[in-house]
Design a protein around this ligand. Structure first.
Ligand SMILES: O=C(O)C(=O)C[C@]1(C(=O)O)C=C[C@@H](O)C=C1
Length: 284
């Protein structure tokens, strides 16, 4: 049976572009928010969820990380990385200039990727945040002419908008990582070459222990395990309490990882493996 894949929608989001690039032939279902999409896998209404995790310009999508850590612990089974190009979209009958645009709608990450552009080219426009870039395009397609969206070419096509200005993101090397979440890995079929394999770990430190983070990093360092990301997020239990997400550039194995885990647990850390997974770098 074909797997059903949920994605942050509606149609015309970058998540949909990532899903289309990675998967072929599966049923695809759009969800209005990241939590709704993750919940749908948790409640087994769909098999797979694809949600954004990190952008090269704006950093982590906090909603995704926090939901996976605090609400629904689904394993990460794959990662899809795609290039991101942001465009200014308006209704096809718009004939004015940039100065005529009174509002710009988009997802907070897309707005952040275009801060300089907005500051310099549309300083008077009011920023309106939406649940996705696709949603912003949908809103603009139903609004009056002075409203623009930031989004991709698929959104322009789906909602009948025109590109008033292309490539408005502030830095050219713009990519987003999307995580694939799934309870039953046998349902996952991505037929693309694997770029690398990674393992994501969630580590909380013992409170008030001098040098704890240094000791955590040492456990990886002396085993020569290369880390590609370390990020702290609040545990939401009080000021000063953090957990760390650490990405290791190698798949889980039965020697090094249990060794690290045992060593860190002996220090009083809590260690959870969030997933060990292939990374697919794709074009859209
Ligand atoms: O709004 C979309 O199109 C999304 O897929 C979300 C999202 C994000 O959360 O980072 C994905 C890629 C881009 O970086 C901008 C927005």
């Amino acid at each position: 049976m074909l797997a059903t894949i949920g994605y942050l929608g509606p149609k015309g989001t970058f998540t949909k572009l990532a899903v289309d690039a990675a998967f072929n032939g599966e049923h695809k279902e759009s969800y209005a928010t990241i939590p709704e999409c993750i919940d749908a896998v948790e409640h087994e209404e769909i098999d797979i969820a694809v949600v954004p995790l990190e952008n090269a310009i704006e950093g982590t999508v906090q909603l995704t990380v926090d939901y996976l850590v605090h609400q629904v612990r689904l394993p990460i089974v794959a990662e899809i990385v795609v290039p991101i190009q942001q465009h200014l979209l308006v209704q096809p009958t718009f004939q004015g200039s940039l100065g005529d645009i009174t509002e710009v709608h988009s997802h907070s990450h897309a707005i952040a990727q275009c801060h300089q552009y907005l500051h310099q080219s549309l300083p008077e426009a009011k920023i309106q945040y939406t649940t996705s870039t696709g949603k912003a395009a949908e809103i603009v397609s139903k609004s009056d002419l002075s409203i623009a969206a930031i989004g991709n070419k698929l959104a322009a096509e789906v909602y009948g908008l025109k590109l008033l200005q292309e490539n408005i993101h502030d830095y050219s090397n713009n990519h987003t990582r999307f995580v694939v979440l799934c309870k039953d890995e046998t349902k996952l079929k991505i037929k693309h070459p694997v770029s690398i394999e990674k393992t994501s770990m969630l580590i909380s430190l013992p409170s008030d222990q001098a040098g704890a983070l240094h000791q955590v990093l040492s456990a990886f360092a002396w085993r020569k395990m290369s880390l590609s990301k370390i990020e702290s997020r609040p545990m939401k239990t009080g000021l000063g309490n953090y957990f760390f997400i650490i990405d290791v550039d190698q798949p889980y194995d039965d020697v090094l990882f249990p060794g690290v885990k045992g060593e860190l647990e002996a220090l009083g850390c809590n260690v959870t493996i969030m997933g060990t997974y292939p990374v697919y770098k794709l074009t859209i």
